[in-house]
Design a protein around this ligand. Structure first.
Ligand SMILES: [Zn+2]
Ligand SMILES: [Zn+2]
Length: 349
């Protein structure tokens, strides 16, 4: 099989011929039809995250040792199954849940494989989807998105699940509560689309870019705010009493400051975005506002099942997808890093 691998952090991906894996035990071999390209692929490719003050967190210890194959938004056809594999049949087209844990620890058994301390995340810790084939440890990680185009369906494995998993952390909400979403980029717009179905409310969306604010209104935001317009932010706080939950799809120093200030008493500030930097606040504000600061990392297998059902039932409007051949994997990472991408890039075989 041909795989596009990181052989040196930040250098062009290399097209390499590798042996096609043979599934053992409960494993399933999936012939990849399409794989989305995510902003975290750029971090994995570069090998580091910005953690503020000019410092970087190196990824060599937490992700796969190079060379490895990135790509975690995978859809494909089941072409071979190990003797104990269940949960799918040869010929099925399935979206792969990539946030796979050890499957044995209390965290995994409690249904939060995405938070396992011994992760086997596809395209992060083990080889992923910029390839002809991917080996999946168990058929239970395959999800049916029947009726949804392949290039769209695969994006729900990360950007969709990330948005959905973060939104659910805002629960429980009271009648009249306001939910604020910061950042109307790809994942943020998914969040806007899911908000009504997941939380029963239309969100207030904050973005510095007027085009993205318009896109948020088109996707179902109840109102939009320009964070640089201080009067509008003050008026929002006065009118609503502050947001019960702020979901930050950017995760930058400025958005953390804005988001925590926008909370009502007892509100939750939920960070999803990985833009980077560091967060400073006056510590007494945390108890005075009875504020909760929490992170959200992708979503659980249970979230994935709920999401698949919402999408199959047509409750989620599709996002724009930018389809390209698989051999543009490396160029696509470059384009994403340069911010030159409209819509979700999806590589196709
Ligand atoms: Zn991702
Ligand atoms: Zn585990």
């Amino acid at each position: 099989m041909k795989s596009y691998q990181v052989v040196e952090y930040g250098a062009a991906l290399e097209a390499r011929e590798l042996d096609t894996p043979e599934p053992q035990g409960a494993e399933v071999l999936v012939k990849i039809k399409a794989c989305g390209v995510c902003h975290s692929d750029v971090h994995l490719w570069e090998g580091s995250f910005d953690i503020g003050g000019g410092r970087k967190m190196e990824l060599g210890k937490v992700s796969a040792i190079i060379p490895f194959t990135p790509g975690h938004e995978i859809i494909g056809e089941v072409v071979a199954m190990g003797p104990e594999a269940e949960g799918a049949s040869i010929g099925d087209t399935r979206v792969v849940y990539p946030w796979i844990g050890c499957g044995k620890c209390p965290v995994c058994e409690g249904g939060e494989e995405n938070l396992c301390a011994r992760p086997r995340n596809l395209g992060v810790n083990v080889d992923g989807g910029f390839s002809d084939y991917v080996l999946v440890p168990d058929g239970k990680y395959l999800y049916d998105f029947a009726g949804v185009p392949d290039a769209l369906a695969c994006t729900y494995a990360c950007s969709g699940l990330t948005a959905y998993g973060a939104l659910k952390k805002a629960l429980p909400l009271r009648d009249g509560d306001t939910v604020m979403l910061i950042g109307a980029g790809g994942v943020g717009l998914m969040g806007v689309r899911f908000c009504k179905a997941a939380l029963g409310v239309q969100p207030v969306v904050v973005d510095i870019d007027p085009g993205r604010r318009q896109a948020a209104l088109d996707a179902g935001a109840s109102e939009v705010l320009d964070p640089e317009d201080r009067d509008a932010s003050k008026e929002f706080a006065k009118r609503t009493g502050g947001a019960a939950a702020v979901i930050d799809f950017v995760g930058a120093e400025q958005t953390a400051r804005y988001g925590t200030r926008a909370l009502r008493m007892g509100g939750k500030y939920i960070i999803v975005g990985l833009f980077g930097g560091e967060f400073r606040t006056a510590l007494p504000l945390i108890p005075f506002k009875a504020m909760t600061i929490m992170g959200s990392l992708v979503g659980t297998p249970g979230d994935m099942a709920e999401l698949a059902e919402l999408v199959r039932n047509g409750q989620i409007a599709p996002i724009p997808v930018n389809e390209r051949p698989m051999d543009q994997a490396s160029q696509s990472l470059e384009d994403l890093r340069a911010g030159q991408v409209v819509g979700r890039v999806v590589l196709e075989n």
